[in-house]
Design a protein. Structure first.
Ligand code: B12
Ligand code: SF4
Ligand code: SF4
Length: 285
């Protein structure tokens, strides 16, 4: 997207003599959502992301900063599509707030990043807070639950762009296979992908937690124990946590009631999300 904005900037240079520009996509301290809302691209939904009637929220926001004065739009003419999208069309819906596995949407339009799975699986290099680990389920890189449940995303069209297609059969792969990857393989498999930026430590940390959350399986315990030998202190701590979770769920030790209460609440949310995706977004199922 940034490359395309660059091309657009270059194209404008052909028409303007004194013109400087700089493209941005999620790359600078610019409040992109309020800017996009003011530009008439849609409205900020209760999950805090920008929504558009045709595209839902499945898009990134990019902007081209320029140094020529543009005419200011003071009023949208009647019958203009933009006038329509200025309205906040969330209505009484609160589906995103209810489905969030960690209750990170603390009030409509406000996300507490410290509780958001996207933050602690992608941005944070620190240990994942203990109380949030069981709620993370098998999400190992970001989270889209608040978007998957959103009724407006039923109208969004699938992107045909190559960059948005699944690579390396990642949509079919198991957690155990991902966990067995060496660092060199991780780096080469994610060449050019934003996943590479989180680094191998965070990658293994996230998968360890997801394996801890998986149903009991002796193969999982074996894989976790195997990786302990080469794990960093951060990853090792998560592996120990995961082994403990697996042991608690083992058929011979199924007595941890706090653990199973948490799991039941999360399983109910997951089941609701899966039903909604199967009904409204089967292409994403
Ligand atoms: C920090 C950040 C995060 C953090 C915090 C998210 C948050 N909701 O604040 C974390 C890591 C959790 C995160 C997660 C995700 N993010 Co993010 N994130 C950003 C980033 C870099 C900054 C957002 C920000 O400013 N937060 C700071 C606080 C202050 O924001 P805020 O409180 O919501 O701001 C509001 C008020 O200030 C108020 N306001 C209204 N009018 C005005 C006017 C003025 C002048 C001011 C000052 C304020 C203001 O409205 C603002 C917007 O709601 C933006 C890119 C960018 N540069 O904007 C991407 C961005 C918002 N993220 C994006 C995406 C895709 C995601 C994820 C879906 C990724 C994923 N799959 O895991 C999740 C979704 C989680 C969620 N429900 O928000 C996209 C959203 C695209 C869209 N359609 O809206 C963006 C725009 C990046 C991009 N260029 O595409 N993200
Ligand atoms: S991305 Fe996931 S954890 Fe973050 S607010 Fe949305 S549903 Fe909640
Ligand atoms: S799920 Fe409902 S409340 Fe949340 S952003 Fe979508 S329409 Fe708005």
């Amino acid at each position: 997207m940034r490359k395309r904005l660059q091309q657009l900037g270059k194209l404008i240079t052909e028409y303007c003599e004194h013109f400087n520009f700089r493209p941005f996509v999620d790359s600078a301290p610019i409040l992109e959502r309020p800017l996009a809302e003011k530009a008439g691209l849609g409205w900020v939904g209760k999950h805090s992301l920008l929504l558009n009637k045709e595209a839902g929220s499945w898009f990134f926001i990019g902007e081209l900063l320029i140094d020529i004065p543009l005419p200011v739009t003071v009023e949208q003419p009647d019958n203009n599509d933009l006038t329509e999208t200025k309205v906040n069309d969330c209505g009484h819906c609160v589906a995103c707030i209810k489905i969030c596995p960690t209750q990170a949407i603390v009030e409509p339009y406000v996300v507490d990043a410290r509780r958001c799975i996207s933050y602690f699986t992608i941005e944070s290099p620190d240990p994942i807070p203990l109380e949030l680990r069981p709620l993370m389920g098998n999400r190992i890189y970001g989270c889209d639950d608040c978007q998957l449940i959103c009724p407006w995303n039923k109208y969004a069209k699938l992107s045909l762009e190559n960059d948005f297609q699944a690579r390396h059969q990642l949509d079919e792969i198991t957690l155990l296979t991902l966990f067995s990857w060496e660092e060199s393989y991780f780096l080469s498999a994610f060449e050019g992908s934003p996943i590479r930026r989180i680094g191998f430590q965070s990658w293994q940390r996230n998968i360890a937690v997801a394996l801890g959350n998986a149903p009991w399986d002796i193969q999982i315990i074996e894989a976790l124990e195997k990786q302990l030998a080469n794990a960093s202190t951060l990853v090792a701590e998560h592996i120990h946590w995961a082994i403990k979770q697996q042991q608690l769920k083992s058929p011979s030790n199924n007595t941890n009631s706090i653990n199973s209460t948490n799991n039941n609440a999360n399983n109910r949310l997951n089941a609701r999300l899966i039903r909604s995706v199967e009904k409204g977004l089967p292409r994403d199922a």
